[in-house]
Design a protein around this ligand. Sequence first.
Ligand code: ADP
Ligand code: MG
Length: 250
Amino acid sequence: MIIHTENLKKEYEVGTQTVRALRGINLSVEKGEFMAIMGPSGSGKTTLMNIIGCLDTPTCGSYELNGTSVSSLEDDELANIRNKEIGFVFQSFNLLAKNSTLDNVMLPLKYAGFNKKEAVIKAKEVIEKVGLIDRLDHTPAELSGGQQQRVAIARALAMRPKVMLLDEITSALDPEVVGEVLNVIRSLNKEHNLTMIMVTHQMGFAREISDRVCFFNEGKIFEQGPPEQLFGDPQNERTKQFLHAVLDAN
Ligand code: ADP
Ligand code: MG
């Protein structure tokens, strides 16, 4: 088990109001598993990803990442484990605008203390994997949206993480480049035994590639199962409604 959470909760105090973003998440993910997370906006998907990715801490509950109890770690230890174990890709690419593809991908390696020569070699390896070896010197503005997102994927891979977290990585892309980004994810998943958790509205892709789909609603996992079961025979009325809405939008 690479990820294990018990009764994970996250609450935000906003003025006099308490927002209960996560209401008790029990989740176990196996090494090498591809898990898709679906669910309506505001249901807590990003909040969970941020906690799993050690960018945020839960209000209560426990979280173990690769055998380490993360909920008890201090900030610098959290940063350390995040850099070593986690590759995070967001909806927005968050690339440095003035830096080339190579420099953007080298950033986490430099930060981790690799010398320049080692960092260049390691960065080029992952840039090759996302199919951009002929775009090493391009800045983000000189790349398409799909290519920029592939640079972000390469950057997330640079430290050879054990877990990849992908939060709506195709949502900001033009429809015609969604496929190239999903193809990169597909080939990474096939070739490496990388654990992947992906928040997505791409039902077809989730059906084809994921081992398990989790349906989120109101800060809880409402329903989960293999894609053929969750898409083919959802047990819960709310899941059905949501899936129909996604189908209609596609
Ligand atoms: P999703 O990714 O499923 O759209 P989020 O995890 O982003 O949902 O948000 C879950 C809930 O938590 C929402 O109601 C959102 O408004 C609230 N929320 C998220 N982040 C914060 C924050 N920093 N402060 C206050 N409320 C937040
Ligand atoms: Mg979100």
